[in-house]
Write a protein of this length. Structure first.
Length: 747
């Protein structure tokens, strides 16, 4: 069985009921961390088991005057009782106490244990049938057994009387700190009342210096006897407590001789009794500090500080409050008092800092609401203090007041901007985004700040971070989302040095809204800006995404190829341009195909397929000379590469397209000669020689004739042409010399 609410009366009834029912068992009684086991056997309380009894049997026997302290020390020094035998039994065996005295002491000890239970609060209990070992189990070895067995009803009557005596004593003796004077001779009183002689020692202790607590501790009597005697003497008017003034004079006159704790008790009692016009707080503060009772000392210093403030002694008040803070630096109350005193002294900066420290203390205790109040008070003193504003931001964030925290961040950012602290403004805006990553206002403000500070790349990156925020907020309103994304794109365009990521994120958002065309348009504009700014890598990333979205847009594809070429990806660019040129050709857009091939040729002047395709296109357009030039270049390219057959083929086509160009014929002849096709080569030279002779180009004729004779020394046509050219040149030389002589004679 069990319950959760026993008071003193209930516990007494329970114990009586168990005794009268002749039950055998153990009652477990618990209050918080304290517990006792009361063994009951057919109407008798046999023993009380407890963790550690405060009421030692040796002290009880000593207070009974049946054994002296020297004897007790001797027994303990011999190690008696070390074998587990109770000390009381050892004392009986040694003849130091009688068995009757031991039983009386054990009975008194049990009464003390039971009286203690009657003073417990919120008791719970459980009853176990059988011996204590069954209720407690193996841990019974850790408990102390108290008592010698007594009738339960008698025990309850004794306990009831003791409780009444305690109540009467408390009524007549309101405080153990009171100091009494005895108005009777100790010996005479003992004889008159028929009390044991040693009671005189109790009366002698009531000396006007010792308080009741000291009397109870020093008297060699068990406490119930002492309380009974003191109560009776008080009721008979044989003792008188000193009043507040007398206690104060005792403390003041004997400050140097009384121990600090004694002085504390005296001053505390004076304070409790009240003494007008006398401040004890400073004396108590100093004594508490001396004895290491820091919190009590701080409380007294604060009380003294309050009194000094009321009397206009601000500096003394400050000194007392600072001592309190030094003793309990983690006390908000102490710091609050100090801050108010500092304000009275017009020390606003110091007062605000104390409030700031109070906020930190509350935060450390997990009390953000109180911390916010403290910082708010500090800000009313120093409205523009940045460290206070930052603290308030952190506190608001910890309270979950995100919107207010972000608003405070933006306000602090504006304040720092006004002070030209752009880095600090940026840091606090990023703090706002840590608190609320989806804050549109904070991120927009950061974009503007980065733009003003010249960090265009950073601003562009933050523009990109705005994209998911806008989508999350306007997904159900696509038109509004599109307008906001256009605003972002415009802002990105104005930056003109933006990275690719932001543009791609905006474009992807437009795709998510179903507007691929708008996405491509944004990417194209961004790519143009990136190229203009020289950010080629970003442009490549941007145009790559644009081509993914619109793979049929050859303009984008061509631009991407050219950007890749500038980036150094030449082979990739050439491959893309070739595919683009082929697609243009299939579409019938010859001019655009020609332009693509020209780009290929610009990137790679030795590209055979570009030269060949361009030559075909020029031929189709009727531009044979241009086509011949390209084919000649292609032929020379193959010749250099060692592919003489392809070289002869394209050089021959160049000669056919432009037969009047002697260089082409000469190049073809040389290629043929290298290929050791002598016969075909001489025939080609024959044609060339005839053409040169008809033009009377004697110098060129000589060159061709020498080449022909090198191939065939017996070639008559070449020898004749050589003679004819020399003769012609000779005649021209003679004519020229003659004309020169005639002109000289005339001169």
């Amino acid at each position: 069985m069990g319950t959760t609410s026993l008071d003193v009366f209930d516990f007494g009834l329970l114990l009586q009921a168990l005794a009268q029912s002749s039950k055998v068992g153990t009652l477990r009684v618990v209050s918080g961390t304290r517990e006792k086991y009361i063994h009951i056997d057919r109407g008798r309380v046999e023993a009380v088991y407890t963790r550690r009894s405060r009421f030692r049997i040796c002290r009880i026997l000593y207070n009974m005057h049946v054994v002296e302290m020297e004897d007790l020390r001797s027994v303990l020094e011999e190690g008696s009782g070390a074998d587990g035998k109770p000390l009381g039994e050892v004392l009986v065996e040694k003849g130091l106490v009688s068995e009757a005295d031991l039983q009386a002491a054990l009975h008194y000890q049990m009464l003390e244990e039971l009286v203690e239970v009657f003073h417990w609060k919120d008791l719970t209990y459980e009853f176990f049938g059988g011996p204590p070992e069954k209720a407690v189990g193996p841990s019974i070895r850790e408990l102390t057994r108290v008592g010698g067995g007594s009738d339960a009803d008698s025990v309850l009557l004794e306990v009831t009387k003791i409780l009444d005596d305690i109540e009467n004593f408390n009524r007549t003796t309101p405080s153990l700190k009171d100091v009494y004077e005895a108005g009777v001779d100790a010996r005479s009183y003992v004889e008159r009342e028929g009390l044991p002689a040693h009671v005189a020692g109790l009366i002698e202790l009531i000396d006007g210096v010792r308080d009741i607590g000291e009397v109870l501790r020093e008297m060699r009597l068990n406490r119930f006897e002492v309380m009974e005697i003191l109560r009776r003497m008080r009721e008979e008017g044989l003792t008188r407590p000193k009043n507040a003034l007398e206690l104060l004079m005792l403390a003041e006159n004997r400050r140097d001789s009384l121990p600090p704790k004694k002085l504390i008790r005296l001053y505390e009692r004076v304070a409790e009794l009240g003494l007008d016009g006398f401040d004890l707080s400073l004396r108590l503060a100093e004594l508490y500090e001396k004895t290491g009772e820091r919190e009590k000392a701080a409380a007294c210093y604060l009380e003294h500080a309050g009194r000094m403030s009321a009397e206009g002694e601000a500096e003394k008040a400050r000194a007392a409050a600072e001592k309190a803070v030094a003793l309990v630096p983690g006390s908000p109350a102490a710091r609050h008092r100090l801050s108010r005193i500092l304000l009275d002294l017009d020390l606003e900066e110091e007062a605000a800092r104390e409030l700031q420290r109070i906020a930190g203390i509350h935060l450390g205790r997990g009390e953000p609401a109180k911390a916010e109040q403290a910082v708010g008070s500090a800000l009313r003193i120093l409205p523009g203090d940045e460290s206070l504003l930052e603290d308030r931001i952190d506190i608001l964030a910890s309270l979950g007041r995100t919107r207010e925290a972000v608003g405070a961040c933006r306000a602090l950012s504006r304040l720092r901007c006004d002070r030209r602290d752009l880095d600090g403004a940026g840091r606090i805006l990023r703090r706002a985004l840590e608190i609320a990553p989806s804050s549109l206002g904070a991120r927009s403000a950061l974009v503007g700040l980065l733009e003003v500070s010249g960090d265009r790349a950073g601003a562009a990156a933050e523009v990109g971070e705005l994209v998911p925020v806008i989508l999350a907020r306007t997904r159900s309103r696509p038109r509004r989302a599109a307008r906001l994304l256009d605003v972002l794109a415009g802002r990105l365009s104005k930056l003109r040095q933006e990275g690719a990521t932001a543009a791609v994120r905006i474009a992807d958002a437009r795709v998510e809204l179903g507007d691929r065309e708008g996405a491509v348009r944004i990417l194209s504009r961004a790519g143009e800006n990136q190229i203009a700014a020289g950010r080629i890598a970003d442009a490549a990333h941007t145009y790559s995404r644009a081509v993914e979205l619109d793979p049929k847009n050859l303009d984008l594809a061509e631009t991407l190829a050219l950007v890749l070429a500038r980036l150094g990806s030449r082979e990739d660019a050439l491959a893309r341009l070739r595919r683009i040129a082929a697609l243009y050709r299939r579409r019938g857009e010859g001019e655009r195909a020609r332009h693509a091939w020209q780009e290929v040729l610009r990137l790679n002047p030795f590209s055979p397929d570009a030269l060949l395709e361009l030559a075909r296109m020029e031929t189709d357009r009727g531009r044979k000379k241009e086509a011949a030039a390209l084919l000649n270049q292609l032929g020379q390219l193959y010749r250099a590469a060692g592919d003489l057959e392809a070289a002869v083929q394209h050089l021959d086509q160049a000669c056919r397209l432009h037969p009047g160009r002697k260089q082409y014929v000469r190049d073809l002849a040389e290629a043929l000669g290298v290929a050791l096709k002598a016969r075909h080569s001489l025939e080609t030279f024959d044609e060339l020689l005839a053409m040169l002779r008809a033009r009377r180009d004697h110098i060129a004729t000589l060159d061709v004739a020498f080449r022909m004779l090198a191939l065939d020394p017996g070639h008559e046509e070449a020898a004749g042409a050589l003679r004819e050219a020399y003769e012609s040149l000779g005649r021209r030389l003679q004519a020229a010399l003659k004309g020169r002589e005639e002109s000289g004679a005339d001169g």
